[in-house]
Design a protein around this ligand. Structure first.
Ligand code: FAD
Ligand code: NAD
Length: 477
């Protein structure tokens, strides 16, 4: 006889493991099926995010930033060092330790909350039954009153640059280089390209990023994107826009990449090439024939705004469904679905999901960009404030960037906040909270912010919406 659960979650990434924990906390009998195992057959929880995504990339970003600071900035503070060097193996070991702490932490959370963790590949046989094939090939089934699909996403591969062991890699490979490549190519100036390009550039690689689009960071506010482009170029990230990759030729330990831009056909040689042109939803072998869970035209599991699929007791959350591919978006969907299954009212606010790009400085935003508001014909006011005028940013030796706030012209309600600057990933939470509470720009302007802090730029940007910034000569009268 198979086990019966109130909720069976397939996939233990940040969408799935959070859904399983929340369901258990709400008193439901929950199980989570995860197929990822290490070479010894030990199950690995945490999905892309913890194993090969958010966490390891941020660990390397942090290490490389410390290295760059020691090399280029310590002298400004009057600190002298002898030759600064980088031990890539030690940097990777630190990253692996952090990953291990967090993934084993999820196992502990499962245990502590009473979630049954099942190792293996899950396949939905019917709306109430899931088959599990473990890494040894053994089959079992679990009965489920409700199923949550949380199978995530995988990198997109493109025909001109098929992966080639050790030379052409995806983001996972780029998190595990054994040494600093001299010439590093990156295809795609998106989030991964900029983050991993930054890591290796700081460690000494000559980085060239080939981006097909003519516009840099097309989905970001374009004032921020322009400032960021200037700053990254200064950091020696050679970002080539309008560059369409047409082919590649691996020759021993290097690769020749062919691409076209407006000047014509070009070639460039790299020691390593990272392909990061987006990710696609992963549903391979997930749904048995006859089970009517529909996919949309792009291969995402089709869901409504409460993550219900086309079968009433089957839900789907995270990267495998529409919306931004972000860990926190998936986790919030997981919580919403667990609450719905437990009979609670739950709804997610998709308008206030923050986006962060962990470059230096960081880029972060929430809500609408100025370009989106223009396209939608919304009348708005804008206020911005540069970090160059913020004492704390000067003290930190990091004055690049600005905060920009967009508010409705009539109601003053905040419609978007955009930050390019030190700790933008932390500052953006202020915009998220303000928008979640339907705050006006004036509400923020009337709030007392601690001095000296980077947050003062948020305060001044809110004041600047009505042209009342204190530490800036107001241009409009
Ligand atoms: P995943 O994390 O992909 O987890 C899905 C899990 O399901 C996997 O463990 C997989 O093995 C398992 N699975 C799949 N099919 C089956 C099956 N049939 N049976 C059993 N198990 C199955 N997002 C951020 O918000 N912030 C960041 O800083 C950030 N950085 C990133 C950096 C990199 C390099 C990458 C690649 C991604 C990054 N992301 C970041 C994106 C983030 O990792 C994803 O949005 C997030 O992991 C999605 O969570 P998920 O649970 O939907 O899917
Ligand atoms: P992305 O969508 O952010 O960027 C891909 C880039 O590649 C785009 O600019 C696109 O125009 C370009 N591109 C596509 N095809 C190309 C081609 N043939 N030649 C040249 N350029 C091409 O995708 P990504 O960087 O791979 O990241 C995948 C997902 O992971 C993203 O959706 C992102 O949300 C998530 N992620 C998030 C974070 C974060 O939150 N900080 C970090 C990493 C990844």
């Amino acid at each position: 006889m198979s086990d019966q659960f109130d909720v069976v979650v397939i996939g233990a990434g940040p969408a799935g493991y959070v859904a399983a924990i929340k369901a258990a906390q709400l008193g439901l009998k929950a199980a989570c099926i995860e197929k990822w195992v290490d070479t010894s057959g030990k199950q690995k929880l945490g999905g892309t995010c913890l194993n090969v995504g958010c966490i390891p990339s941020k660990a390397l970003l942090e290490s490389s930033e410390q290295f760059a600071k020691a090399k280029h900035e310590f002298a400004d503070h009057g600190i002298s060092t002898t030759e600064v060097s980088m031990d890539v193996a030690a940097m990777m070991a630190r990253k692996n330790k952090i990953v291990n702490n967090l993934t084993t932490g999820v196992a502990g959370l499962f245990k502590g909350n009473g979630v049954t963790s099942i190792e293996g590949m899950g396949r939905i046989l019917s709306p109430t039954q899931v088959e599990v094939k473990n890494h040894k090939g053994e089959l079992s089934t679990v009965d489920a009153k409700n199923i949550i699909i949380a199978t995530g996403s995988v990198p997109i591969e493109i025909p001109p640059t098929p992966l080639a062991e050790g030379v052409i890699v995806d983001s996972e490979g780029a998190l595990a280089f054994e040494s600093v490549p001299k010439r590093l190519g990156v295809i795609g100036a998106g989030v991964i390209g900029l983050e991993l390009g930054s890591v290796w550039a700081r460690l000494g690689s000559e980085v060239v990023v080939l981006e097909a689009q003519d516009k840099f960071l097309a989905s970001a506010d374009q004032r921020i994107a322009k400032e960021a482009f200037k700053s990254f170029t200064k950091q020696k990230l050679d970002i080539r826009l309008g560059a369409r990759v047409t082919g590649s030729d691996v020759k021993g330990q290097e690769v020749v990449v062919k691409y076209q831009d407006k000047e014509g056909d070009k070639e460039i040689t790299f020691d390593k090439l990272i392909v990061c042109v987006g990710r696609r939803p992963y549903t391979k072998d997930l749904i048995a024939p006859g089970v009517d869970v529909k996919l949309d035209e792009r291969g995402f599991v089709y869901v409504d705004d409460q993550c219900r699929t086309t079968i009433p007791n089957i839900y789907a959350v995270g990267d495998v469904v529409r919306g931004p591919m972000l860990a926190h978006k998936g986790s919030e969907e997981g919580i919403m679905v667990a609450e719905l299954i437990a009979g609670k009212k739950a709804k997610m606010n998709y308008e206030t999901i923050p986006n962060v790009i962990y470059t230096h400085p960081e880029i972060a935003w929430v809500g609408k960009t100025e370009e989106e508001l223009k396209a939608e014909g919304v009348a708005y006011k804008a206020g911005s404030f540069p970090f160059a005028a913020v004492g704390r940013a000067m003290a930190a030796n990091d004055t690049t960037g600005l905060v920009k706030i967009l508010a409705d012209a009539e109601t003053d309600r905040i419609l978007g906040m955009h930050v390019f600057g030190l700790h933008a990933s932390e500052l953006i939470a202020q915009g998220v909270i303000a928008m979640e509470f339907a705050s006006s720009a004036e509400d923020l302007a009337l709030t007392c912010f601690a001095h000296p802090t980077l947050s003062e730029a948020v305060h001044e940007a809110a004041l600047a919406v009505e042209n009342h910034a204190i530490h800036m000569v107001n241009r409009k009268k």
